[in-house]
Design a protein around this ligand. Sequence first.
Ligand SMILES: CC(C)(COP(=O)(O)OP(=O)(O)OC[C@H]1O[C@@H](n2cnc3c(N)ncnc32)[C@H](O)[C@@H]1OP(=O)(O)O)[C@@H](O)C(=O)NCCC(=O)NCCS
Length: 278
Amino acid sequence: MIPLRLDELIRETTTMANKQVEATRDDKFGYTIHTLKERYDLRASIEELNTISWPKFLAQDIVTNDAWDVLFKEWNEYQVVIVDNDGDKLIGVGLTVPIHWDGNINTLPSGWEAATQLGLDDLAAGKRPTALSAFAIMVNPQMQKKGISALILKTILNISRQHGFHSFAVNVRPILKMNYPLIPIETYAYWENGNGEPFDPWMRVHFRAGAKLIGVSPRAVLVKGTVSQWQKWTNMEFPDSGKYVVSGALTPVTIHHEHNVGIYFDPAVWMIHTIGSA
Ligand SMILES: CC(C)(COP(=O)(O)OP(=O)(O)OC[C@H]1O[C@@H](n2cnc3c(N)ncnc32)[C@H](O)[C@@H]1OP(=O)(O)O)[C@@H](O)C(=O)NCCC(=O)NCCS
């Protein structure tokens, strides 16, 4: 993929651009978009961004760790990176997993972790991918709230189109859900902001890019650890068995002292971008 200047990309996607992107695009001139195929050298910066983007307890996910090498090697042409003009500073990344999916919502994997496993299994079985699934979209904290994520999305949609994929299926981790850990995801996912858009800002970015909310994944990722591991990950004490509200967690963590285990399910929502031919 030829590196595109951000201003060129915006021009290229003008017909798809929504008002929010156009309103902030001046802030964004001067960055370059690549795939990981051209910028494998950014691996260390991407790993660093990944470390600071998630609560510690999510970094324990085994499927994610298995996929990491594959993202940088076999799947590098599907990965979006945005860097500054000097090419040194990482602005944001859009990491995706190619999957063989028939487009039927009933056959969607149960969540983000299962979708990643499906991509790994498809690769091992030599199955031709038909869609992309999102692995992680991350923007450098210093560059957040400037519309970068919408540009990452548009670039992923372009890549999907170039490869003839029918969809970009995203198991969205709603960023503000952490403020509402006691509200079921089945309720939170359908909250609106008063303008008929999703209440959650990250779901809103997908909605504005044309994605449809398909359903919820109450158990998108399972995190299981001993009580002392949970203490280390969260800097909290858990004196008794029970449910605990933990910083960065979207639902409570359940601690069972009798089994020396803490269980957490990270919820998400499925939003599907259907790839048109335009
Ligand atoms: C989620 C994320 C990718 C959004 O990237 P971004 O480029 O900052 O998003 P945008 O500038 O397009 O902002 C989109 C909306 O989200 C809001 N927003 C962005 N970051 C936010 C934050 N940390 N807290 C609250 N709102 C936030 C913006 O204000 C904007 O709201 P609006 O619709 O009212 O205008 C970024 O916050 C991030 O990297 N977070 C850590 C990793 C993560 O959670 N990724 C998503 C799951 S894969």
